[in-house]
Design a protein around this ligand. Structure first.
Ligand SMILES: *[C@@H]1O[C@H](CO)[C@@H](O)[C@H](O)[C@H]1NC(C)=O
Ligand SMILES: *[C@@H]1O[C@H](CO)[C@@H](O)[C@H](O)[C@H]1NC(C)=O
Ligand SMILES: *[C@@H]1O[C@H](CO)[C@@H](O)[C@H](O)[C@H]1NC(C)=O
Length: 358
């Protein structure tokens, strides 16, 4: 009896391991960190816990959504950290000018819902966030280069579609937005079950100022960073999988839903995406995603390896043999220089790679 129970137990454990093996390896289990590109770099100590970077190509200015490392350990809904009383109430957007090293914290004008604007907003008075999840909305803000302010334009709110928003692609007129939901469920055991099942239950939502919100695509896995082709009329969207490391390529349809084109495989969990001036796609590679979730979320000073991945269309001979894309690891660091980076942005005109993390 005992023997057959043990046999069943280990069979189940073995099956679970085989099922999770691709995820575990993409999350960094057994990965040997091979530093590359991490010399001739500098750090900007005054910028802390900036989860996402955006480059303004003409000026070379970098926009950053920042918090405090302490706050992130209490409030990072994407990783299930949902302790409202420990979260910062002074998250901010900054610009960084690499020519002068000047950091500018932008001030807000206009009404804002309570909360920050970094990756998520929420109901600060809700004491039960750990049970019900973050009360998320999407804020649209407007700014001008060198103005120093962010002006509130509108708030998108729809709990049925804006479930666990992670990253956004806003339309230039500020009237609509595509965004990823990084989970199907806001909180609780269902999230763990969904994670272990590797369920394809995350989504892309679309909200419009006049028409409200709807799902643009469902059935993704761990959808995280989202970016759109930057040249005029380019309606190709790219979505990163923050567990398995896939990049899903989708095409915008006339009703703003998205249609699947193809999937680009990489060897590691990916976070935010960016497209540079030459059209290359950049992804923050979570070399040690488990370390970020398990160690850094307890101790922000824990060193967690980071990488930057560049994906380009393969114009070489390999393309004839089905290798449609080149996936290159341009940067990797064990964590002393870049620890737990969640954003990688390349200024192709000035040859500068910027990285920062949650
Ligand atoms: C939530 O944050 C508060 C304030 O930092 C802290 O005292 C408390 O221990 C935290 N609770 C949990 C469950 O981590
Ligand atoms: C915020 O949460 C509290 C407690 O759950 C609730 O009473 C209040 O109505 C919520 N406010 C908003 C604006 O959702
Ligand atoms: C759209 O942008 C992507 C990313 O830069 C590029 O690879 C792709 O070729 C572009 N598509 C078209 C139709 O120009």
């Amino acid at each position: 009896m005992l023997l057959s129970v043990a046999v069943v137990f280990f069979a189940v454990l073995g099956a679970l391991y085989l099922h999770l093996k691709p995820a575990l390896s993409a999350l960094g289990v057994g990965r040997i960190i091979q530093p590359v590109g991490n010399v001739d770099c500098k750090t900007v100590p005054h910028l802390q816990a900036c989860e996402k970077l955006v480059l303004h190509q003409p000026t070379g200015l970098v926009y950053l959504a920042c918090s405090t490392p302490h706050s992130r350990t209490h409030w990072t809904p994407a990783l299930g950290q949902l302790n409202t009383s420990g979260r910062s109430e002074s998250d901010y957007v900054a610009t960084y000018d690499p020519r002068t090293d000047v950091i500018n914290r932008l001030s807000f004008s206009g009404l804002l819902s309570p909360g920050g604007i970094s990756s998520t907003t929420g109901n600060l008075s809700a004491p039960d966030a750990h049970k019900v999840g973050a009360d998320s909305v999407i804020e649209v803000l407007k700014t001008r280069i060198e103005s120093g302010t962010l002006q509130h334009v509108r708030t998108f709110q729809d709990p049925a579609v804006i479930i666990t928003p992670n990253d956004v692609v806003g339309s230039p007129d500020g009237r609509s937005v595509h965004f990823t939901n990084d989970h199907r469920h806001k909180a609780g055991l269902k999230r763990l079950v969904s994670l272990l099942a590797l369920a394809r239950d995350t989504s892309i939502g679309f909200c419009h100022a006049d028409k409200g919100c709807k799902f643009a695509y469902t059935g993704l896995h761990a959808s995280n960073g989202i970016v759109k082709g930057t040249s005029p009329g380019n309606d190709t969207f790219y979505v990163a999988d923050s567990v398995l490391g896939d990049v899903t390529v989708l095409e915008r349809q006339s009703d703003n839903t998205l249609a699947l084109t193809e999937v680009i495989k990489t060897d590691r969990a990916l976070d935010n995406l960016a497209i540079d001036a030459n059209g290359a796609l950049w992804a923050a590679g979570l070399s040690d995603a488990l370390g970020m979730a398990m160690r850094q979320m307890n101790d922000p000073s824990a060193l967690v390896a980071s990488s930057a991945m560049r994906i380009t269309v393969n114009r070489g001979l390999g393309s004839f043999y089905g290798e449609k894309y080149n996936v290159d690891k341009v940067f990797e660091d064990p964590g002393e220089l870049a620890s737990g980076s969640t954003s990688a942005v390349y200024d192709a005109e000035r040859g500068r790679l910027f990285m920062h993390g949650v």
